[in-house]
Design a protein around this ligand. Structure first.
Ligand code: AHR
Length: 326
C-alpha cells in the first residue's frame, strides 16, 4: 500500500469508527406503537409518605380509566430492589416503563437495560444523573417539578418574611436523589445571594418523618441559636416540629419551619401557624404521564423536561387551600 493510500485508508477507518461510536452513543429512545391498550410498568420508590401514596393513586387511577394493564412495583426504599423491579418488568414484556428513580446514579443500569430491551422509559418526579443518561436518547423525558426552583422559592420567602431570624438548619432529603441535590442547590444559592443568613447545619433526614425528628433534635442541641428549619419535604418538617416542641420551643414563633410538598397535614400546620410556608410539589402525575406516552406513540416530538405547576402556601391562603391539598 502506498503512503497516500495507507493514509486514506486510516482516515476512512478512523471516520467510520468515530461515526459508529457516535451512532451507538446517540441511538434513539425505542419507538412506541399506537395500540388500543397497553401493558405499562410503574416502578415506585417507596410508599412511606402521603406524597408517594398520592402519586401511586394518581397513576393507578389513570391507568384504570384508560383500561391499561399496570404492572406496579414498590422498591421499599431500596435502589437495588428498584433495579430488580425494572428488570422484572422488562421480562414481563411491558410496552413502557414509568420510573421514579430513588437515586440519581444507581438507577442508570435499569434505564439502560430497558433501552436495550426496546422499551421506552419515562422518568417520573425524580431524575437520573444527566452525565450518565440523557433525555431523548437513553430515556424519553423527565416529568416532574423544578426542584431547583422549589428551593429558590423557599429562600425568596425567607428573604422577605424572616423578620430578623437568620440561623438555618437544613434537613436534606435522601442522599444522592435528585430532589435532595436540587432543592439544596436552589435554596443554598438563593439564600447566599439574599445575604444576611447563615446555614449553621445541613444533614440528611432521608425524606422520612422520624429520621427528620431525630436529626432535628441533634442539630437543635448542637445549634441552640438556630431559628429557622428548612426541610426538603413535609415529612421531615413535621418531624422537626416534634423536635422543636420537645426542646421547649414554639414552632412558628421561636423557630420558623419551611418545607416542600404541600400535603394536607402540612397545609393544615401552615393554617395553624406551626409551619411558616410550604412550596407544593404536585404528586398528581397520572394524566400528564399517560398523555405524554400517547403523544409519543402518535409520533410527536417530546420535550426533554415536562414541568408540573406547583402552588405555594403560607398564612395568606392555607385555610382556603386546605380542601384542595392531597
Ligand atoms: O421526589 C419527590 C420527593 O420524594 C417528595 O418531596 C418526597 O416527599 C418524596 O418522597
Amino acid at each position: 500500500m502506498s503512503a497516500f493510500s495507507r493514509r486514506t485508508f486510516l482516515t476512512v477507518a478512523t471516520t467510520i469508527g468515530a461515526l459508529t461510536f457516535a451512532g451507538m452513543a446517540t441511538a434513539q429512545v425505542p419507538a412506541l406503537k399506537q395500540k388500543d391498550t397497553y401493558k405499562v410498568g410503574f416502578a415506585q420508590t417507596e410508599s412511606n409518605n402521603p406524597w408517594r401514596i398520592a402519586q401511586t393513586e394518581s397513576m393507578k387511577a389513570e391507568a384504570a380509566r384508560l383500561g391499561y394493564q399496570l404492572v406496579y412495583t414498590d422498591a421499599a426504599g431500596s435502589a437495588a430492589k428498584q433495579v430488580a423491579d425494572v428488570n422484572s418488568m422488562i421480562a414481563q414484556g411491558v410496552d413502557v416503563i414509568f420510573l421514579a428513580p430513588r437515586e440519581e446514579k444507581p438507577l442508570i443500569p435499569a434505564v439502560m437495560a430497558a433501552k436495550k430491551a426496546g422499551i421506552p422509559v419515562i422518568l417520573l418526579d425524580r431524575s437520573v444523573d444527566p452525565k450518565l443518561a440523557k433525555a431523548g436518547q437513553d430515556y424519553l423525558t423527565f416529568i416532574g417539578s423544578d426542584f431547583v426552583q422549589e428551593g429558590q422559592r423557599v429562600a425568596e420567602w425567607l428573604a422577605k418574611n424572616a423578620g430578623g431570624k437568620t440561623k438555618i438548619i437544613e434537613l436534606e432529603g435522601t442522599t444522592g436523589s435528585s430532589p435532595a441535590n436540587d432543592r439544596k442547590k436552589g435554596f443554598d444559592e438563593a439564600i447566599k445571594a439574599a445575604g444576611g443568613f447563615e446555614i449553621v447545619a445541613s444533614q440528611s433526614g432521608d425524606f422520612a418523618r422520624d429520621k427528620g425528628r431525630q436529626v432535628a433534635e441533634a442539630l437543635l442541641q448542637a445549634h441552640p441559636d438556630a431559628d429557622i428549619i428548612y426541610a426538603h419535604n413535609d415529612e421531615m418538617a413535621i418531624g422537626a416540629i416534634s423536635a422543636i416542641e420537645a426542646a421547649g420551643k414554639v414552632p412558628g414563633k421561636d423557630i420558623l419551619v419551611l418545607s416542600i410538598d404541600g400535603g394536607k397535614e402540612a397545609v393544615g400546620l401552615v393554617a395553624e401557624g406551626k409551619i411558616a410556608a410550604v412550596v407544593e410539589c404536585n404528586p398528581r402525575f397520572g394524566p400528564k404521564a399517560f398523555e405524554t406516552m400517547a403523544r409519543y406513540a402518535k409520533g410527536e416530538k417530546i420535550e426533554p423536561r415536562v414541568i408540573n405547576d406547583d402552588k405555594f402556601y403560607d398564612s395568606s391562603n392555607a385555610k382556603a387551600e386546605l380542601a384542595n391539598a392531597y
